[in-house]
Design a protein around this ligand. Structure first.
Ligand code: NDP
Length: 254
């Protein structure tokens, strides 16, 4: 199979109905993969399916709440039944709520951990036997600059994204024998609904990011399309357990 070719591959992207998830889906679709979009909002979901189908691949929206175990089980079962295989799982769904650590109610902490971390664990666990029986697969987990750095205003989110990196390493070690590569992507500051909210909540954030990023700009979702193709394809068959920043140099700026 050609290095970056995803013909006949089936990819699931949680939170694939917008932002980074959709851009990753579009990258994989351009390489030939069928892309299943899984999230809560069906209107955004159907629009994403139309955008993906316009690239000449099969796509479908499946309603998913990543905080609900039954919903996660249903997702994997439905994709196997309808598409016959799952080659790639992108654990991208995520949320944040910004305030000082002492201000979070326990339920708010739990909601962020469940959405960003526990969901990725549950879905990976469920997809494992499917990939194993097929002879291999690719799991791509979405971390963050907050997987590396601390910030006063985002402790539960950073905890979940730090957890993503450690979970990725452990699963990579466990499942390498099954030819399943598990990697994390750490996006820098990318212009999406999530960070538009952040810029309203955190004074001066827009300018701070711009001045710290060597590339001199915020990222756009399409900046993540290429890494998705790489990590989903045969090009990355000996790459596992990594956490790859896609950040315009933000994390290496001294
Ligand atoms: P968006 O808000 O555009 O995307 C978040 C996605 O997650 C939405 O598609 C949303 O769909 C989905 N989602 C949220 N909660 C749930 C849920 N309970 N069940 C199912 N789906 C859910 O933001 P981004 O594209 O920026 O975020 C995508 C990922 O990238 C997240 O994990 C985020 O933490 C990460 N990230 C983003 C960065 C950035 O700068 N933008 C930087 C670093 C990491 P719906 O509401 O329809 O369910």
């Amino acid at each position: 199979m050609a290095l970056f070719d995803l013909q006949d591959r089936v990819a699931i992207v949680t939170g694939g109905n917008g932002g980074i998830g959709l851009a990753m889906g579009q990258g994989m679709a351009q390489a030939g993969a069928a892309v299943v979009v899984a999230a809560r909002d069906p209107v955004k979901g159907e629009a994403a399916v139309t955008a993906l189908e316009s690239l000449g691949v099969r796509s479908a929206f499946i309603a998913l709440d990543v905080r609900d175990e039954a919903s996660c089980v249903n997702l994997i079962e439905t994709v196997v039944a309808d598409f016959g295989r799952v080659d790639v799982l992108v654990n991208n769904a995520g949320t944040n709520d910004r305030k000082q650590p002492e201000e979070y109610a326990l339920a708010e902490w739990q909601a962020i951990i469940d959405t960003n971390l526990t969901s990725a664990f549950m879905l990976s666990q469920r997809v494992y036997p499917v990939m194993k029986n097929a002879g291999g697969g690719k799991i791509i987990n979405i971390g963050s600059m907050m997987s590396i750095f601390g910030a006063s205003f985002t402790v539960p989110y950073a905890s979940s994204k730090g957890g993503i990196v450690q979970m990725t390493k452990g699963m990579a070690c466990a499942w390498a024998k099954d030819n399943i590569q598990v990697n994390a992507v750490l996006p820098g500051w990318i212009d999406t609904t999530l960070t538009r909210e952040a810029r309203l909540q955190v004074d001066g954030l827009h300018e701070k990011v711009e001045s710290r990023t060597p590339a001199g700009r915020w990222g756009v979702p399409q900046d993540l399309s290429g890494i998705a193709v790489f990590l989903a394809s045969a090009a990355s068959d000996f790459v596992t357990g990594t956490a790859i920043p896609v950040d315009g140099g933000y994390s290496v700026q001294g």
